[in-house]
Design a binder for this molecule. Structure first.
Ligand code: S3P
Length: 174
């Protein structure tokens, strides 16, 4: 297997928090596609969307993913919409172990409301509250399922416990 884990899932599923802890636990490098887009453009993701548009953001996101797919050993947290592109999905599946983090939309909504800093840096994907998150989950679940090698319910456990489950489960399965 490639010594590379990708974390995918909707916003607020814990990708960056769990990813950082997992990287520390394994002593691997940690990367975050959103952070790298922000670093390269000097803009927040929200500004990239408003000033350049979503299509430009998606192109940048794919470029960043491609460059990160050459890093090893690495844990890579991705933006929630990374799976919208067919070529990103192929790249994810072929170059690492893909871990899908998920939780019910009501829980994601609570977490988003409790984290105004992250929300202020992101475009309003769920301005319509839980209902909008539910429809995003419905639209994207088949895409996450398509790429995921393993999936983890993050609704009721602390990030450290999820990291332990990842380490144990992934050791067993390969
Ligand atoms: C997006 C999720 C965001 C960010 C952008 C688009 C999406 O990342 O990439 O705002 O389409 O779901 P997080 O999942 O890290 O919030």
């Amino acid at each position: 297997m490639n010594p590379r884990f990708y974390l995918v899932g909707l916003r607020a599923t814990g990708k960056s928090t769990v990813g950082r802890l997992l990287a520390k636990r394994l002593n691997w490098a940690f990367f975050d596609t959103d952070e790298e887009v922000e670093r390269r453009t000097g803009l927040t993701i929200r500004e990239v969307f408003s000033q350049k548009g979503e299509a430009v953001f998606r192109e940048l996101e794919s470029e960043v993913l491609l460059s990160m797919s050459r890093q090893t050993p690495a844990v890579i947290a991705t933006g929630g919409g990374i799976v919208l592109s067919e070529s990103n999905r192929q790249l994810l599946k072929q170059t690492g172990r893909v871990l899908w983090l998920h939780a019910p939309p009501a829980i994601l909504w609570q977490r988003m409301q409790a984290d105004p800093t992250t929300s202020s840096r992101r475009p309003n994907l769920a301005a319509g509250g839980v209902a909008e998150l539910e429809s995003l989950a419905q639209a994207r679940t088949p895409l996450y399922e398509e790429v995921a090698h393993e999936d983890f319910d993050t609704s009721s456990r602390i990030p450290e416990a999820i990291v332990e489950e990842i380490v144990n489960r992934c050791r067993i399965s390969y």
